[in-house]
Design a protein around this ligand. Structure first.
Ligand code: AKB
Length: 317
């Protein structure tokens, strides 16, 4: 029986992951945790945890005899640029605390499987942008991307040196409607739906032709859980796997929205996030994920748009 701790459970990915894991393992076996005292998503078991507090992590892991941890607490690319030191501390020390927890519990005969998200932000301006290979130049230019690349190296180090069973995906931009994203560069592809459903013209902070790798939340959750369920001896990568969903740019996305919602219009007002997006890949080669654990995306742009338009609950502008 698994006992699963999800840190960052109130966030965009965490909230949906908690539901998916609870459906699979039983609500009693999933402990949602976040820094805020209030659980936004009604998880049956909820703990207030600051991932920077190693003693608290150890106490909760022992209390529930945790066997798996998803460490999702982080500052993303755009907010990270507003507070680089805070982003570095949270992203790096948060991961290190979890890896250390897994090392210490593993040495005590209580193995802890770890999931930690990397990102397309770990790539940079000199990375080949088309069909970006699994192994290639990585020269991230944001503090978030630098923390992701360093984090990938730490994951592999802890696996090689201590046998920590850590697994990771380089998430593309994740699109979802259940809970808002927090401070990413790919967030335009969610905000655009809210504007469209409010009947507003959308002022896009990226340029029209800025193609980025994206993934719809159901595919992202499926990828994450499949990787965590895969037999350890099938995994050839302990840094982080490239995983592709689909790729599109703001103009292409707006066109499909307009086909479904005639009259919708977009205009372009690029800001500092344009430079971040321009340094990231446009599409990913995820052959290794497909070979190792059978990854296969299911959602195309048409499906994503119709599903988002059906489900987004409009937020204030
Ligand atoms: C961001 O835009 O910062 C994130 C990411 C691609 O990791 N969505």
């Amino acid at each position: 029986m698994e006992r699963i701790l999800v840190i960052g459970a109130n966030g965009q990915i965490g909230s949906e992951l908690v539901d998916a894991l609870a459906a699979q393992h039983g609500a009693d076996n999933v402990i949602a945790a976040d820094i805020s005292p209030a659980s936004l998503y009604g998880a049956k078991r909820y703990e207030v945890i600051d991932v920077l507090n190693a003693d608290r992590l150890a106490a909760v892991a022992e209390q529930y005899q945790i066997t798996q941890v998803y460490q999702l607490a982080a500052l993303l690319s755009a907010t990270g640029e507003q507070a680089p030191l805070k982003a570095w501390t949270l992203n790096m020390d948060g991961l290190l605390n979890i890896l250390e927890l897994a090392r210490i519990r593993g040495a005590a005969g209580k193995p802890l499987k770890v999931f930690w998200p990397s990102s397309i932000a770990a790539f940079g301006p000199n990375t080949p942008a088309q069909n970006t290979p699994q192994y290639t130049v990585m020269d991230p230019s944001t503090i978030y991307g630098i923390s992701k690349l360093a984090g990938e190296r730490l994951c592999e180090y802890y696996f090689q040196k201590y046998g920590v069973d850590v697994r990771s995906i380089r998430y593309p931009g994740i699109i979802s409607y259940k809970s808002p994203p927090g401070g990413g560069t790919t967030d335009y592809a969610i905000a655009i739906f809210h504007a469209a459903l409010r009947g507003e013209n959308y002022p896009c902070f990226l340029e029209a032709e800025t193609t980025l790798p994206m993934i719809y939340m159901p595919d992202a959750i499926r990828a994450t859980i499949s990787l965590m369920e895969c037999a350890a001896d099938k995994l050839s990568i302990r840094s982080s796997y490239n995983v592709a969903g689909l790729s599109f740019n703001p103009r292409e996305l707006a066109l499909v929205i307009e086909q479904n919602l005639p009259g919708f219009a977009i205009h372009y007002a690029p800001d500092s996030r344009q430079a971040i997006a321009a340094s990231w890949p446009q599409s990913l080669d995820d052959t290794v994920a497909r070979q190792d654990w059978g990854w296969q995306p299911q959602v195309d742009l048409q499906h994503l748009v119709t599903d988002m338009l059906k489900n987004v609950q409009i937020s204030p502008a």
